[in-house]
Each structure stands twice: as C-alpha cells, then as structure tokens.
Design a protein around this ligand. Structure first.
Ligand code: ADP
Length: 454
C-alpha cells in the first residue's frame, strides 16, 4: 500500500490550506519518533531538502541522558549536528492531528553527508542491501501488542505509576464484547492509520486484561519498520487524545502476561516466494531452511535487539507464550521460532522472542543478518521440536537477562562482521548504560523486602 501523499500532493494541500504543519521525524535508538514540527510552507519551500538535529539524539537513553562512552558523540566532541534528510517517499497525512502531515528522515553526517552507520534506519538499509546482493527482498510483518489503561499517561505519571487500572476487567483474548467497549480508542487507531497509508489488517483483544494487538499487513522490510514506528507512536497519541494511556512496556505487572512483538519474515525474488517449495517437507525451500538455521543459531547474539531493557527479560517466563528457547516448531507457540503458512505461498517464519519494546529497524536488521549468515553458510536446519518446548532440556536458551545479552552482543563476531564494530560498540554501550542506571537504582522490591527485616 503506497503512501497516500506524494510531495506534489503535499504542496497542493499546503497551497489549499489543508495542511499547515509537517512533522519532520527520524527514529532514535529506542524506536521513537524524534524531530521538529515545521510550518508546512517552510517545509515545501526549503526544509524538505534537509534540516538538522543535535547528534546526542542517537546516543541517549529513554530519559534523554547524555552518557559517556560513545565514540560517535560526546561532550569532548561538543555534541555537534546531524543532517536530517527527509525521505520524500515517506510523506503521509497524520489524520489524527489537525492540518498535519509527516515525513521520516535519514540521518547523515553534518560535514560529509554520508549516512550515520548507527542510525537504526541505516542499519536496516545495510542488511536489506546485503540481501539484495544475494538476489532477495525481505517481506516482514511485526505484531504490536500493548496495554490500554484508564486515565491519561500524565495522570498515571503524576500518581507515581501506582494508579494502574487496565481498560478491561478480564482477559479479552479475541473478545468481541469487551473490544466493542474499547472502540472509542481502537477504531480511530485502525482508521487513522489506514488513512495514513498503513495497511492495517485488524485489531484484537489479547490474552490479558487491557491487552490489545494491532496487525499490519506484511510489507518490504523498511516499510514494515516505518509502519511499526508510526503505528506505535499513533497508538500512544490516539489513546492520549481519548483520555487513556497505552504502554509498550513488555511487563507492567509481575503477575500479568507480558507484551510481545512477533516478527513474520519471508524472502522473495520479485513476485516469487523464495521460501516456498511444494516438493519439500512443509513446502519449505532449502533456502528457508538455511535462513532459519541462521536465525536460530545466532539468536543469543542478537537477543539484545529484540529485548533492549532490563524489564524486557521479565517477560520470558515458562507457560506464558513468551519463548525462552532457540528452537523452531510447526505452529507451536512455545518455541522461539514458529513455521507459519506451510503448504502455501505465504510460508514464513515467525520469531516470537521480541518484546513490545523492540526497535523494529534493529530487530529486523539483526534477524536479516542472521538469516543471511545461514544462507551464505548453507547452514542445516535441525528437525522441528514437538510438545512443550519449555520442558525441552536439549533446546538452546536465549540470554535470560540484559546483562547476559550485553555480553553475547559484545562478543558476537558474527554481528561485528555483519554490522561493523562501530555499530556493535555503540549499542553495547547503550546496554551497559542501561545496566549502570539500573544498578544505581533502589527498587520498591528491595525496600519492601528489607526495610524491616534485613
Ligand atoms: P497469526 O495467526 O500469527 O496472527 P496471521 O495470519 O494473522 O497469523 O498473520 C500474521 C502476520 O503475518 C500478518 O501481519 C500478515 O500480514 C503477515 N504475513 C502473512 N504472509 C506473510 C509473508 N509471506 N511474509 C511475512 N509476513 C506475512
């Protein structure tokens, strides 16, 4: 589904007075939209060529801190500028905001205008180009799970995040009556995103009180990541406009199911599905076997890109549908990787490891890199696992904490070869910083446990 707005359409809409604001955005390390709100006249006259931002925006954390230890930007280097170059193919209306359009940017060096290697969109573009050199295009779909709460994010923050009441009073998995009650938020989410050019398939209730899922039709990998970032942003804004809070924190309560972001993947040569071979078991082509073998073998290396925070690892628990094992299975939701669509041209692999907090550009890039490694090495896929994978002692584990994932990332010769040392060092520093911040924190759990009894 192409964007419903070209640059010429935007110019006409600005002339007619329908659009007065253009959000000029890029995606940061955390997968958030960052940028500026331009007067639309300024954008169509000049700023569509480029604008600028401080380079700390790709070396910060969720709190906008300026940690030391990044080679690319620092106080010593004076935190200079990056160029934000609008990708005019991504212009789209923002129907949930009055008179507003949006464009996504690529991030370039201020002096050389070369792409910044650790910018998430660039990292994904690099892997897409590597795949293209092998003769394939990747089609991807990311599922977005999240929770809706009573009251706005501002109210919840002011209450110290203690007043957390999910929008529904019971598990609403596939529940039509409960989700009817939520249509005040969910219907505008579907319709506004569709009008913004995102091929929305559906929303549904998920398997916990207040938990929702949005599905967007699969698309070329870069479009899929763009869709994911825009949709996540829109969900928060539209929920806020309607007096509700949406969270993509994977685990907001120890006793509640967590939120994931499963990633569906298939490779194509033009219109031909390269994963499909009707003469092979499961109709899985040899190529798909190699791709999946790479995905599975290197899952520990790239788990950080699927689970980037301390909280992300709280989701990986037995008996919750959140996988902990690096095995594949046929239509079995307890494995890290699930074969979907076998016997059809829609055959694909679904990675179930990622949490709702993943950055889709980084997650997809890392998985493409692993798949490419599997193809290049003609890696052999082991037979599928059957039964309850949680109890399979022979199956490999993914890292069980951010600390473990930081070490597998730091020491990943495969990712260093695929993405470059500078990129891996940059993101390793992001994990280290997250752990340093966490280690400095005194948690509620420690106080409740030890205040009286220690
Ligand atoms: P599930 O039972 O996991 O919800 P769905 O049939 O709803 O499965 O599909 C899940 C996602 O997979 C959808 O977003 C869909 O667009 C995507 N999908 C379908 N075919 C492909 C494909 N060939 N490659 C990648 N993603 C695909």
């Amino acid at each position: 589904m192409p964007s419903p707005m070209t640059f010429d359409d935007l110019k006409a809409a600005v002339r007619d007075g329908q659009i007065d604001t253009v959000l000029v955005c890029f995606v940061d390390m955390q997968g958030r939209l960052m940028g500026k709100r331009f007067h639309a006249v300024n954008f169509v006259e000049t700023s569509h060529r480029e604008t600028h931002c401080c380079n700390y925006l790709l070396a910060t954390d969720l709190e906008m801190a300026t940690p030391e230890g990044y080679a690319a930007s620092s106080w010593e280097k004076g935190y200079g500028d990056y160029v934000m170059r609008p990708d005019l193919g991504t212009i789209r209306p923002v129907p949930w905001l009055d008179g507003t359009a949006m464009v996504l940017c690529d991030i370039l060096d201020h002096h050389t205008h070369e792409p910044i290697p650790h910018a998430p969109r660039q990292i994904l573009k690099e892997q897409i180009a590597r795949l293209k050199a092998l003769g394939f295009d990747a089609m991807m779909a990311t599922e977005l799970e999240f929770f809706l709460f009573e009251g706005s994010l501002d109210h919840i923050r002011k209450s110290g995040f203690r007043d957390l009441t999910p929008i529904s009073g019971y598990n609403e998995d596939y529940h039509i009556f409960q989700t009817t009650k939520e249509e005040g938020v969910m219907r505008p989410i579907r319709n506004h995103l569709f009008a913004a050019g995102l091929p929305v398939e559906n929303t549904k209730g998920e398997a916990e009180s207040g938990q929702e899922e949005l599905n967007i039709r699969y698309a070329p990998a870069l479009d899929c990541a763009d869709h994911h970032s825009i949709a996540k942003h829109a969900i928060k804004e539209i929920a806020w406009q309607n007096g509700h809070a949406a969270t993509f924190l994977p685990k907001w309560h120890a006793d509640r199911v967590g939120s994931s972001s499963h990633v569906h993947q298939s490779l194509w040569t033009g219109e031909t599905p390269a994963f499909y071979d009707p003469d092979q078991p499961y109709s899985m082509s040899k190529l798909m076997g190699h791709y999946m073998a790479g995905l599975i073998a290197y899952a520990p290396d790239y788990t950080y890109f699927l689970a980037p925070y301390v909280n992300s690892y709280k989701r990986f628990a037995k008996g919750t549908f959140a996988p902990t094992k690096t095995v594949w299975s046929v239509d079995n939701r307890t494995a890290g990787f699930r074969l979907c669509g076998d016997g059809t041209k829609g055959i694909r692999v679904e990675c179930r490891i990622g949490g709702s907090d993943l950055n889709p550009y980084l997650a997809q890039a890392a998985m493409l890199a692993a798949g490419i490694k599997g193809i290049e090495g003609q890696m052999e896929l082991a037979p599928p696992t059957k039964g309850d994978v949680y109890e399979d002692a022979k199956a490999g584990d993914i890292p069980r904490s951010l600390r473990d994932a930081t070490e597998t990332l730091r020491n990943s010769a495969f990712l260093r070869a695929a993405m470059g040392d500078a990129v891996i060092d940059h993101y390793t520093r992001a994990d280290e910083w997250e752990l340093e911040e966490f280690d400095r924190t005194v948690t509620d759990w420690e106080i409740a446990r030890g205040f009286e009894r220690a």
